[in-house]
Write a protein of this length. Structure first.
Length: 303
């Protein structure tokens, strides 16, 4: 039998559509409104077409700027309006120019766009006037090229606040609980989480102060506790630490723990609890601090 031909099913896959410029995409959508595209264009062309692109942003997979490091310059209301579209931009693409009050009033959108924001220019220059910010947002405000900030650790009255520290960004009720504590909302813990952002602000000379703590302790590892202590000692701020860390890290940093005894509210070993390995001299110095241990501990003297 003579075989004349053999056919086989094609295993080739369709190539991904080539990215379009903003003008090409807008023209294509007039023909096919369901078309899914990626945009690749200059910052100037993208900026000029933001309004039209935003009306079809659900059809856009991603946006790339072809003439980086050129940036997209926006006001904070524009960032709010175009937030879903701008979230598809590359990192460090946006420059925001606005007053502090305008930026702060659109803070929820700025949090979403934090990766895309390259810098924020506060206009007019805030000068020496202190702007109150939440520690949750210290890393965001560290992208400012000017301004003076003070960290707010408690709200002044009852109300509501949005917690961006989790993926669902839940809103909680703020209730004053006596003269010094709040029920349902404790902003001081965010100081430990965002101490890197605080340090950036401080290094840039943009952090003017931190409101005094009012009867609240921060949960932190030893490493975070060191960073917080170095930072807060610059300001007239009383604060207390709940140290939570492994036995090994507590042992390695026992001298720091001893010297910070007045700031320590409690110490808790986490993970695989083992005997603390310290010298007898260190044990003597750390006696008062170790009395604040929340779980049972044992010692192995190393010298």
């Amino acid at each position: 039998m003579q075989v004349r031909s053999v056919s086989a099913p094609s295993i080739a896959t369709a190539a991904s559509p080539k990215p379009m410029t903003a003008a090409q995409a807008l023209a294509a959508w007039k023909i096919n409104s369901r078309l899914k595209v990626s945009i690749a264009d200059t910052a100037e062309n993208i900026s000029a077409n933001l309004k039209d692109l935003n009306t079809v942003q659900t059809q856009i997979a991603q946006v790339n700027v072809t003439n980086m490091p050129a940036k997209i310059n926006l006001t904070s209301p524009q960032a709010q309006t175009y937030v879903n579209l701008l979230a598809k931009f590359p990192e460090n693409t946006l420059v925001l120019n606005d007053t502090f009050d305008a930026l702060n009033s659109n803070i929820s959108s700025l949090r979403v766009l934090n990766p895309q924001i390259n810098k924020m220019v506060i206009t007019p220059t805030a000068g020496t006037a202190k702007q109150m910010i939440s520690p949750w947002d210290s890393q965001l405000w560290s992208k400012s090229v000017n301004g003076k900030f003070e960290i707010q650790t408690h709200l002044a009255s009852s109300g509501s606040a949005t917690n961006p520290g989790n993926s669902t960004s839940s809103t909680v009720t703020v209730v004053t609980g006596g003269s010094s504590k709040f029920v349902g909302y404790d902003d001081t813990q965010a100081l430990a989480i965002n101490y890197r952002g605080l340090k950036v602000l401080d290094d840039m000379g943009m952090l003017t102060g931190i409101e005094a703590f009012k009867g609240t302790a921060i949960n932190a590892t030893v490493a975070e506790s060191k960073a917080l202590t170095d930072l807060f000692n610059k300001y007239s701020t009383e604060f207390y630490l709940n140290i939570r860390d492994t036995s090994s890290n507590i042992s390695k940093n026992i001298d720091f723990i001893s010297s910070s005894n007045k700031k320590i509210a409690s110490i808790t070993q986490i993970g695989n609890i083992k005997p603390l390995q310290i010298t007898q001299a260190q044990n003597t110095k750390a006696d008062k601090a170790l009395s604040k241990m929340k779980n049972a501990y044992s010692l192995v003297f190393t010298g």
